[in-house]
Design a binder for this molecule. Structure first.
Ligand SMILES: *Cc1c(COP(=O)(O)O)cnc(C)c1O
Length: 515
């Protein structure tokens, strides 16, 4: 695994700062369990009266987590586990070594006056010890990969459970369970992250799309251009706003809206266009915005899959007139429930979205618009604030894994890998390969048979969805979107997949193609 994810996420040993408070009476040091160290303590023990040549340790724990602090003197702690060695010198009471289970340890080079405190996650249990080095080696050897989940949200939670717990506490402590300071703090942070002037939280990505359209008075009698290959919400939001979706086909290699076909679709009723940065790759915005300016169209990015992606050095979410984001749990920035947001450079639009999402109220109990209830939950905002700090690292990890796929699969005939434009820095929400002529289902079930989870984004183009049958779209009118629904297959790609897991998917895919 790589250094992009930090040790907390990898369950590696790490040294953290111990909080100290100094006043005229002396110094107080504090180590908090779950909140800071990632686990709660059940046992405290200490080592002292050590000789300089004392050596302790010589064992590993299967489940026990520990936190070491050298309250006085110093000690060197040598660790080995999961194919790696670490060495730490603890020689000051303001440093704590957090040691996850599974590490063989040797404690050496004690200063003679040492006093080493140890906080442990559980009571003494003889069965938890591994005292035989040979046995330890087989225990800590990374298990060979035999299955790869498409995504495992449990890994996200485990990586930052302590911090998420803190976010829950922050919400309780704030006393605000609708709106309030956590929501505002997230709105400011997310606008800043996306390079937009303003952001407003809403209940989900679907509402973000609809409310952004309604905030511009787009509705009955209006047309909005959307790609034929996207998640249903893009087109459905247009319908729910009261307008008519006008579909445009997509590019074969990128699966993104074919901007060159947009202008021909514009009529006197057209009011907006919704480019979808599908799979985490931005749409070619410059030519699209030029067309939109000429025809006075509102450009609403559907950025639900592209948090943090760059188009010519600018982030998705700051490219059009406004952008709709989803924080659905599996998105690159995901909450632990439904959540969404709108970004824009136009503060009036943001204010209008906020008003529409709060029963259309301009002030309490004065309802100027037929609004809805669509507000970002403060607890989700608290989670998202914690996760936003890590988003760039997680996206960088996705980029790394996408490169691994590209290196490992690019020579296979019959497999088209996702295109990356030279002006784009995608964030790989999805790694969608295209499988040639009729073999998609065969690859899908082959991979399922060897334990690899995949997905199809999406099995039907918008114009084939039953819910839109009232529009009477010609079933053959968007041929590339239609083809893609027959050929795309999304391979597992998430910040929490290991290199070994991706290598396993590559190997099994190569086996399928017999290369
Ligand atoms: C996820 C998604 C949405 C909708 O987001 P929700 O939060 O699930 O309502 C809209 N558009 C696209 C492209 C998406 O991927």
């Amino acid at each position: 695994m790589t250094a992009i994810l930090d040790s907390v996420e990898l369950n590696e040993p790490r040294v953290v700062q111990v909080k100290t408070v100094k006043d005229p009476r002396g110094l107080l040091g504090v180590v908090e369990g779950l909140k800071e160290v990632g686990f709660d303590f059940k046992r405290f023990y200490f080592l002292t009266e050590l000789r300089e040549d004392s050596e302790r340790g010589g064992h590993a724990h299967k489940r026990l987590s520990q936190c070491f602090v050298a309250l006085r003197g110093g000690v060197t702690i040598k660790l080995e586990g999961f194919g790696k060695r670490h060495e730490f010198r603890l020689d000051s009471y303001d440093k704590a070594l957090i040691l996850p289970p599974g590490y063989w340890r040797e404690l050496v080079d004690f200063d003679s006056d040492s006093l080493v405190a140890v906080l442990a996650s559980d009571y003494y249990d003889q069965k938890d010890y591994i005292r035989n080095y040979e046995e330890f080696l087989s225990y800590s050897r990374p298990a060979p990969v035999t299955k790869v989940p498409y995504i495992d949200l449990g890994r996200h939670v485990d990586a930052m459970r302590g911090e998420l717990q803190k976010a829950v506490d922050r919400t309780f402590d704030s006393g605000m369970f609708i709106g309030g300071s956590l929501v505002e703090e997230f709105e400011v942070a997310f606008a800043h992250y996306s390079g937009a002037a303003k952001a407003v939280g809403v209940a989900n990505g679907y509402d973000a799309l609809e409310l952004a359209l309604r905030a511009r008075n787009i509705g009955s009698g209006h047309e909005v251009i959307v790609p034929a290959h996207t998640f249903v919400a893009t087109a459905l939001a247009v319908v729910r706003a009261g307008a008519t979706p006008i579909l445009v086909d997509v590019e074969r290699d990128s699966a993104l809206m074919d901007v060159s076909q947009v202008e021909a679709l514009i009529t006197p009723r057209t009011r907006a266009v919704i480019p979808v940065h599908l799979y985490g790759h931005p749409v070619d915005m410059d030519p699209l915005i030029e067309i939109a300016r000429r025809h006075d169209l509102f450009v609403l990015e559907d950025a639900a899959q592209s948090h943090g992606a760059f188009y010519k050095g600018r982030r998705c979410g700051s490219l059009g007139d406004a952008a709709a984001f989803s924080f659905y749990p599996t998105k690159n920035l995901g909450a632990y429930g439904d959540a969404g947001g709108v970004t824009s450079g136009d503060p009036d639009l943001i204010a209008k979205v906020k008003q529409l999402g709060n029963y259309g109220a301009s002030r309490k109990y004065y309802h100027d618009d037929l609004g809805v209830n669509s507000r970002l939950d403060p607890m989700q905002a608290a989670f998202l604030l914690r996760k936003l700090d890590r988003l760039d690292r997680w996206n960088a990890r996705r980029v790394e894994l996408a490169r691994r796929y590209i290196d490992g699969l690019s020579d296979i005939d019959g497999l088209r890998l996702p295109a990356v434009r030279n002006w784009a820095e995608p964030v790989w929400h999805v790694f969608a390969v295209q499988v040639a002529e009729g073999r998609r289902e065969a690859l899908e079930s082959w991979l399922a048979g060897v334990g690899v989870g995949t997905n199809i984004h999406y099995p039907l183009p918008i114009h084939h969805q039953k819910c839109f049958s009232g529009f009477r779209w010609d079933p053959n009118s968007f041929p590339i979107a239609q083809d893609l629904t027959q050929s795309v297959l999304s391979l597992p790609l998430d910040a929490f997949h290991t290199d070994d897991e991706i290598d396993y998917v590559i190997e099994q895919t190569r086996n399928f193609f017999k290369v």
